[in-house]
Every structure is written in structure tokens, then in C-alpha cells.
Ligand binder design. Structure first.
Ligand code: ATR
Length: 287
């Protein structure tokens, strides 16, 4: 039986061994003197329903969901918020008035990390997003809600980019371009975001986009955080671009989830440090 103030949180994924979420959340719980605990559970797809019901029975207060459960979990919870519905995936679940409520903090978390770099200027920026998978959908909804001057999406499979644009909220300017057209416009974008897996193992030596030429002071943002600096980000930095890696989005989604569960704004600077120091340790080990 949990004490009155004690609370349990979880991550459900498969695999979850390398997740940095327990480290990041437990560190914040400690900082705020909260008697809460976060644990990562490796749950096979066939066991997801039982795991969600088990957490209900055990009195968990909330949980995160990661690959491969972000879509499937929607079947087993009680309510889904509008943006999670639009994104088509849930990454955070909150226990509210006896119900599991699913939300998605990936998009708002990502935009928060971008705003930390750009400030309010983001509203006047033209943004190019490469890729149209699950992560891209969350980023696009986040950007549409924030309101950027223009969002252009390019993807190997163009119909997926068109589908994202078709379902975006708000009255923003959204366009789909094929690779050739988007490449031609590259020097006109203020922000370029890579949401594909190009640059992550096993394609460490590949780059998702050109850096030649870029708009002066362009911000190149890669959702990948392992490696911390993808080949594309290194090339962009050499060309004088500002760069942002995926730690920002990881911390942003975690921070938004923490706030939903506790009502407290966490210390995102500290969360970033915890993640960076762990990534540094693991890359030192791999040397
Ligand atoms: P995630 O959930 O991480 O977004 P995903 O939904 O599988 O993963 O999406 C992967 C994205 O990376 C897609 O946009 C995919 O392009 P397609 O929609 O054409 O499949 C893109 N992607 C992955 N590998 C790629 C490659 N080698 N070249 C171009 N695009 C690639």
C-alpha cells in the first residue's frame, strides 16, 4: 500500500533498457523533495493491455509510453486529448478523476526547446521539416499550434507529408515540396529540422540534407540525440549555422510530462545536464 503522498510513475516500452527517462524524472523528484518514483518497464506488445490495467490496479499516477506502444496504447486508456488525437499517438498518460487521460508532449516539448534557442522570433520563421513519420507529425502539430510563418514538409514518400499537412490545426501556411524543389529553396529557410533516422546508427555517415548553401544564421535541428552531433549537424556547424540536437526534444517532452503529473515546472537546465552527462559517459565508454 502506498503512503498518502507517495506516487508511482512508469515508462512502458520495448526495449527500454537504455532509456534516460528514469534518471531524468527521479532526479527531479529528488530535487523537489517529492516521494515519487519512476521506473521503466519492458512490456512486450502482447502484454500492453494487461500492463495498463495492472497500473490502474496498483494505483500508479501516470506513465510515459514509447516505441512500439504509442499508437496501440490509445485502445486501453479512457480519454485522448485533441492534439494526441491529431498526432495519432500518445506518449504521456495522466490519472485524472479516475480516468487514464492520454496526451502527447512530444510536439510542445520540441517547440519549447526550439523557442529556448530562437526566442519569440520563431513566429516569423520559415521552417523546413524533413520526414513525415510519427515524430514529424508531433513536431508539425507543435509548430502549427505555436504558429510559424510557414511550414514546408518534404519526405521520401510525399503522400505522408500531404497527410500531415491535411490534418494540421490552425490557419497557418503549410506546403509540401519534393526533395528537388525543397533543396532549391534551402537557402530561404530560417530553421531546418531533421525528423528522419538518417544520421543515427547504422547510417552514421549519411546526412539527411544539404548544408550548401544555408541561409546565414539558419538553425539546423536534428531530433537525433545519440550520437549527440550527427554528421549533418557537424557539417552545418562548420558552415556557420546554429545547431540543436535531439536532447532538447527529449527534455522538452519529459518536462511537459513532469508538469502534467506534478503541477510543478521542472528545472529543465538540470534535466539537460543529467542527460548530457549520461550521454557523454556512454560515448566515453564506447570509445
Ligand atoms: P519516427 O516514429 O521516428 O518518426 P517513422 O514513423 O518510421 O519513425 O518515420 C521515419 C521517417 O524517416 C519517415 O519520414 C521516413 O520516410 P518514408 O515516409 O518515406 O518512409 C524517413 N526515412 C527513414 N529512412 C530514410 C531514408 N533512408 N531516406 C529517406 N527517408 C528516410
Amino acid at each position: 500500500m502506498l503512503g498518502q503522498k507517495e506516487k508511482l510513475f512508469a515508462l512502458l516500452g520495448h526495449p527500454v533498457k537504455h532509456s534516460l527517462s528514469p534518471l531524468m524524472h527521479n532526479d527531479q523528484f529528488k530535487r523537489f523533495n517529492l516521494p515519487y518514483y519512476y521506473h521503466a518497464f519492458d512490456v512486450a506488445p502482447k502484454d500492453l493491455k494487461d500492463a495498463v490495467n495492472g497500473m490502474r490496479a496498483l494505483g500508479f499516477s501516470g506513465f510515459n509510453v514509447t516505441v512500439p506502444h504509442k499508437v496501440e496504447v490509445m485502445k486501453y486508456i479512457d480519454e485522448i486529448e485533441e492534439d494526441a488525437e491529431k498526432i495519432g499517438a500518445v506518449n504521456t498518460v495522466v490519472y485524472e478523476e479516475g480516468k487514464w487521460v492520454g496526451c502527447n508532449t512530444d510536439g510542445i516539448g520540441y517547440v519549447a526547446s526550439l523557442v529556448a534557442e530562437t526566442g519569440e522570433a520563431l513566429k516569423d520563421y520559415r521552417v523546413l521539416m524533413i520526414g513525415a513519420g510519427g515524430a514529424a507529425r508531433a513536431v508539425a502539430v507543435g509548430l502549427a499550434r505555436y504558429g510559424v510563418k510557414e511550414l514546408v514538409i518534404t519526405n521520401r514518400t510525399l503522400s505522408k507529408a500531404e497527410d500531415i499537412v491535411h490534418h494540421l490545426p490552425g490557419e497557418g501556411t503549410y506546403r509540401v515540396l519534393d526533395k528537388k524543389e525543397a533543396e532549391k529553396e534551402t537557402p530561404t529557410f530560417d530553421v531546418i529540422i531533421n525528423t528522419t533516422s538518417i544520421g543515427m546508427s547504422p547510417s552514421l555517415e549519411e546526412t539527411p540534407w544539404t548544408v550548401d548553401p544555408l541561409k546565414p544564421n539558419c538553425l539546423c535541428s536534428d531530433l537525433i540525440y545519440n550520437p549527440r552531433m550527427t554528421k549533418w549537424l557537424k557539417e552545418a556547424r562548420e558552415k556557420g549555422a546554429r545547431v540543436l540536437n535531439g536532447v532538447g526534444m527529449f527534455v522538452g517532452q519529459g518536462s511537459a510530462a513532469f508538469e502534467r503529473w506534478t503541477g510543478i515546472k521542472p528545472d529543465t537546465k538540470r534535466m539537460t545536464e543529467v542527460v548530457h552527462s549520461h550521454l557523454k559517459e556512454s560515448s566515453d565508454v564506447n570509445k
